[in-house]
Design a protein around this ligand. Structure first.
Ligand code: XBP
Ligand code: MG
Length: 253
């Protein structure tokens, strides 16, 4: 039986609900700043979320939802410029404390560290976004809690490709068998399961209808003693919130 050694976390939607009121708003601010009349509504953004990565998402939008717009010849630089401005707006929002961690995240990280579990991050978002989120929710020192922060363009193929999880595992020198991944989306579990990781899902409003087939447990949140999770799929062994004991039980499945 494999012994639990590490937890690997997705960021957007998993550590914090960043998409609707964070990334989406920052994209819109960047478009306005560039004098573009593009606006990504809450509904449109749900469709755009099928593509991970901000630069990839802008291109997907232009190719599928704004086909009248002619990209300039230097399209790669144009999109990268917009994305840079989006990142500046997004990190400013995080610095202002606009986005809290989801329920149970801090408690679970604290317990995992106290128990000697190793921690890592595997996300498609830009590295500076992860730093800003951690710094402004858990404090600057929390950056050191994670032995690997695998993020953004560090691997060319973003989620749902398994590459970012493979990269994190390889950097930690760990087999997938001794780790648990935490995700919130279908692209996320395709990626984690593609890397052969057992995965716990905590959904959010954008992902509740996604296909989570193969996840060990699908929950509405990680939960707290005073704020129990709802089990949407899988067996939580009567637990009310995700803690290390529950993760160890799930490892034995
Ligand atoms: C997150 C993403 C990211 C963010 C935007 O997916 O898809 O693209 O929406 O971040 P996951 P950037 O949670 O599966 O990692 O603009 O920095 O790319
Ligand atoms: Mg996510």
């Amino acid at each position: 039986m494999a012994k639990l050694e590490a937890l690997i976390f997705d960021v957007d939607g998993t550590l914090a609900d960043t998409e609707r009121d964070g990334h989406r708003v920052a994209f819109n601010l960047a478009f306005a700043e560039a004098g573009l009349d593009w606006h990504w509504s809450v509904e449109l953004y749900e469709k755009l979320l099928s593509v991970t990565g901000g630069k990839e998402r802008i291109r997907y939008y232009l190719e599928n939802f704004n086909t009248d717009f002619t990209l300039p010849e230097n399209d790669v630089e144009f999109i990268a410029g917009l994305h840079q401005s989006k990142t500046a707006h997004y990190t400013a929002m995080l610095e202002a404390g606009a986005i809290p961690l989801r329920s149970g995240v801090k408690r679970l990280l604290d317990e995992a560290r106290a128990t000697g579990l190793r921690l890592a991050i595997a996300t498609t978002t830009t590295p500076i976004n992860v730093q800003a989120l951690l710094e402004h929710t858990l404090g600057k020192e929390s950056l050191d809690w994670f032995e690997v922060i695998a993020a953004g363009d560090i691997v060319p193929a973003k989620k749902p490709a398994p590459d970012i999880y493979d990269y994190a595992l390889q950097k930690m020198g760990l087999d997938a068998n001794v780790c648990m991944a935490f995700e919130d989306s279908e692209n996320g579990i395709k990626s984690s399961m593609g890397a052969k990781l057992r995965t716990i899902v905590a959904i959010n409003d954008y992902t509740r209808d996604h296909d989570f087939n193969g996840a060990l447990l699908v929950l509405d949140q990680l939960g707290e003693p005073e704020q129990p999770f709802q089990v949407l799929a899988g067996d939580a062994y009567g637990a009310k919130y995700v803690d290390v004991a529950l993760i160890r039980k799930l490892m034995q499945d």
